[in-house]
Design a protein around this ligand. Sequence first.
Ligand code: GYE
Length: 305
Amino acid sequence: GDAGSGASGGAKKDKIVMGFAQVGAESGWRTANTKSIQDAAAAAGIELKFSDAQQKQENQIKAIRSYIAQKVDVIAFSPVVESGWDTVLKEAKDAKIPVILTDRAVDSKDTTLYKTFLGSDFVVEGKKAGDWLVKEYQGKTDPVNIVELQGTTGSAPANDRKSGFADAIKASPNLKIIASQTGDFTRAKGKEVMEAFLKANPKIDVLYAHNDDMALGAIEAIEAAGKKPGTDIKIISVDAVKDGMTALAAGKINHIVECSPLLGPQLMDLAKKVVNGESVQPRILTEETEFTPEQAKAALPDRKY
Ligand code: GYE
């Protein structure tokens, strides 16, 4: 990636090389995110080096180090967990390779280690999920037993969707989280953990899943236990991928908070700017909404992912 003289020389690069360290392929969201990044890179004429870390931080660190060794022009990545990035980010900084965080945040105190963070506000997403539940049970005082399927332990979306939700329901003492465990954002784990929840808890009223895929796995477990998802157990999830929206339209999920995976075009714009030494906003938020079953039916025909 040495076609131009880059940021330091002030001239524009004619071919930018980006190294992208993806989390994995754990969910429908992730698949759509990967496609968005690959399509947007091609459209922007950016050469993309892409790696899949299979949800392991050590693999992402290795990928980032190899991008540094290859002297790419810009590194972008979606950090699987929040902590433990300072060393490798410092290595990129020392090599003068700008880093863009996409989708997930890091908890590094030193914010000069990356140029910007593009992605959703996961606390707000969790809060939207909790607010919906509070409204759903408004005026009722009977105990409501909630089980929670958390995303990948230590990841920003799991941490934030948990805290945002807890915050939203805390003023309603009858809304109680009786069990909370990670399902690693996958269908298989969502199903497995929901099976265990159902065995251990005779009365479950609500499932809050940190993503659609875990909710979809849980639906299988609920049906296998002879219960009706969406009716016997109300389900709220996050993402709004096609399969989730289809379950919502069918009444098996009751509410979905949207999280957009289509970050590719914005990421490529940012990459061009940081490579050319232009300044960018340190935090760029994705725009999102929420869906009821009726809205899911209306949105499905045009849904891209
Ligand atoms: O919600 C989940 C995926 O980081 C926002 O990761 C992303 C999350 C998304 O596995 O489905």
